[in-house]
Ligand binder design. Sequence first.
Ligand SMILES: NC(=O)c1ccc[n+]([C@@H]2O[C@H](COP(=O)([O-])OP(=O)(O)OC[C@H]3O[C@@H](n4cnc5c(N)ncnc54)[C@H](OP(=O)(O)O)[C@@H]3O)[C@@H](O)[C@H]2O)c1
Length: 262
Amino acid sequence: MPQALVTGASDGIGLEFCKILAERGYDLILVARRQQLLDTASRQLSADYGVRCEVIVGDLSLPKAAQKLFDNTQERDLRVDFLINNAGLLQNGFFTDIDLQRQEQMMSVNMLALTSLTHLYANDMRARGGGHILNVSSLAAATPIPNQNVYAASKAYVLAFSQALANELKAVNSGVSVTALCPGFTATKMMDNPDQGARLSIPSILLQPAREVAQQGIDACLAGRSMWVPGLANRVTSWVAAVLPNALLLPAVGRFYRKNMR
Ligand SMILES: NC(=O)c1ccc[n+]([C@@H]2O[C@H](COP(=O)([O-])OP(=O)(O)OC[C@H]3O[C@@H](n4cnc5c(N)ncnc54)[C@H](OP(=O)(O)O)[C@@H]3O)[C@@H](O)[C@H]2O)c1
């Protein structure tokens, strides 16, 4: 059976990735900090789809977290055919008011752990002749975002890194595909989490279901696309952001976020 490792598997889009992969016959390695949620998901997925699930509890903001996770899977002979770097953190609010440690944690999870895991597993996949890596970026990568500036910059990093790496790995016929998934507003706890500073209030009609986002991400990755924006409205937004100069776009984005943030 093919095997997938999903970070941030305890909740939201990550849990949906796990359900869809289990439906398609993948054994799973579920990674996040909250053990109870991971154990419940693991039991449920095994019971519903007959797949094997391994739980690895870990905080990806800690130093060397990616190397420890990789070593753990190597020692237990857990092959990874499909890596989904989904774990992510968000901080909303005025840059100088947000606790610096939280911003550093966000950068560690969103960029450092993602890059290190990609490096470690891409090497392993290359040696075996193939594999898939799906890195979760965001529509926030399309433009700088005032009051969400470190988050948006971290997601722009994920997009640029993943697209360039996809090209590199394709050029040498490595058999390893890399995809950046850029969801817009999605109905998960990330849209209403008191640990994230200010709350960005978005009408529920504008939120895409997490399952739809996860499904499109997996399909795009298996199809070998280097980037995918799920949902037509989000794709239109990303096209508009690509053609408008920042001098026009940034003030409007800034006004939108300030108006809708409490
Ligand atoms: N929701 C949106 O509107 C939206 C839009 C665009 C992109 N995204 C991206 O989609 C991804 C998933 O977000 P979501 O909306 O599903 O959010 P979520 O429901 O808050 O889930 C975030 C996941 O990341 C895990 N995580 C957070 N910090 C971690 C850490 N230090 N170590 C290990 N795992 C950690 C969480 O698990 P534990 O708390 O158990 O560790 C949880 O499983 C993120 O990369 C996010 O940036 C979301």
